[in-house]
Design a protein around this ligand. Sequence first.
Ligand code: C2E
Ligand code: CA
Ligand code: CA
Ligand code: CA
Length: 279
Amino acid sequence: AKAQGGNCYHFYSAEMNSGVSQRLSLETGLRYALERNEFLLHYQPQVDLRSGKIIGMEALLRWQHPERGLISPVEFIPLLEETGLIIPVGEWVLRTACAQNNAWLAAGLPRMRMAVNLSAHQFRQSNLTDVVCLALEDSGLEPELLELEVTESIMIHDLQTTLVTLNQLHVIGIQISIDDFGTGYSSLSYLKRLPISKIKIDQSFVRDICDDPDDAAIADAVISLGHSLKMQVIAEGVETVEQLDYLRAHGCDEFQGYYFSRPVPAEAFAALVHEQTAI
Ligand code: C2E
Ligand code: CA
Ligand code: CA
Ligand code: CA
């Protein structure tokens, strides 16, 4: 450092410095967040085209920071990935989501599938299948009521290993879906080789689906591709009735988005389900 000379520091502006220190303090906070019980899950309903009912939910991670309040995962998931903390935190998410779904079932709520996001880092863990099995065993949840959302990025690395892992999970009875479909590394040939039961149309294609013919064409193509491969297709980021009508008319099977509900805490989610069954 000495060899670089004494005047390097003037490159660091005050703004950059506060950015770096804010990042560092977030990182330190993240190291303790798990043991301090600061993580929580919100749940967002997934609605079935035919019945119009909630048939599942996606678990979404939140961080209740002692000073900064509720922090969005887009702010801290990248940090969790860089530090490797995504492994223990991801396991906590999986265990909490499985336990919650089984608790709802025991409380008399209808059977619903719990979708959990898996980062590519988690996917590359050699003992992923064991971690998932243990979460199912300890919670008592049936494997069929768990869905794992992965992104196309898991295909970048060794496809053979990916195939083996996905097959192990599939044999157990767990559903696999491809998240943010169409935004990442895409080789369509992998789709037919992998045991995938659902693809999620990314919200970037849904946003302008009624005004942008290109987005509409992409959504149409994803729906027909999914159906030709005997997969379910779900659209995320559905905010308006117009988007819903378009997707419904084009045969999309399931919907998720603010139009139905934002991601909400567990109690509020249970209330949403009660509301629809009370009719
Ligand atoms: P994602 O998996 O694509 O999740 C969907 C995101 O879209 C969520 O953001 C959700 O709140 C938001 N969303 C849902 N409906 C709408 C809508 O109608 N309009 C708009 N504009 N947005 C909508 P959130 O909860 O902030 O999560 C952001 C991302 O963080 C997730 O994107 C996912 O990549 C990651 N993430 C969240 N929880 C976990 C987790 O437990 N593990 C991992 N590995 N990643 C997670
Ligand atoms: Ca997701
Ligand atoms: Ca997504
Ligand atoms: Ca996304």
